[in-house]
Ligand binder design. Sequence first.
Ligand SMILES: [Cu+2]
Length: 168
Amino acid sequence: MACVYRLMVLVSFVVLAANGALTTQHVVGGSQGWGESTDFSAWTSGRTFKVGDQLVFKYTAGLHTVVELADENAYKSCDTSSAVDSMDGGNSVVKLSKPGTRYFACGTPGHCDQGMKVKIKTVADNGSSPSDSSATSSTTSTSPASTFQSPPIGVVMSMVLVLLNYLV
Ligand SMILES: [Cu+2]
């Protein structure tokens, strides 16, 4: 019985670790989704996109598409001919795998010009280290949400390792 109990403890720790490593999914445009009437600059402001997070574009397939544009110029001019990626399934998931800026627009003619485009700035996931003195000027960093950050993956994983040692 002790063995079963230990296994249960181990499983619960693994679940905790998985939760800690869970990525944030950003449904683009919030409840309004990926559409012409959504204010995407309002949606992105105040939202932080970290490496490992995912974007989820929800829309009616056939009516809209998601096209990833190559650069700022293509974004500004709604030039979808330089697209680096294109999706049309209605539920398109994009993983933000590295820091930088990415540009998305709708490929349906006219929609991008109507404002159906979004610029996503991905930042490195520094965990809960507040002493990040990066060269880029971050003027004010008073985010009250920082108190609710999940524990760093490293801490959780080392806890699991310790538990594994204890079991063996
Ligand atoms: Cu569209």
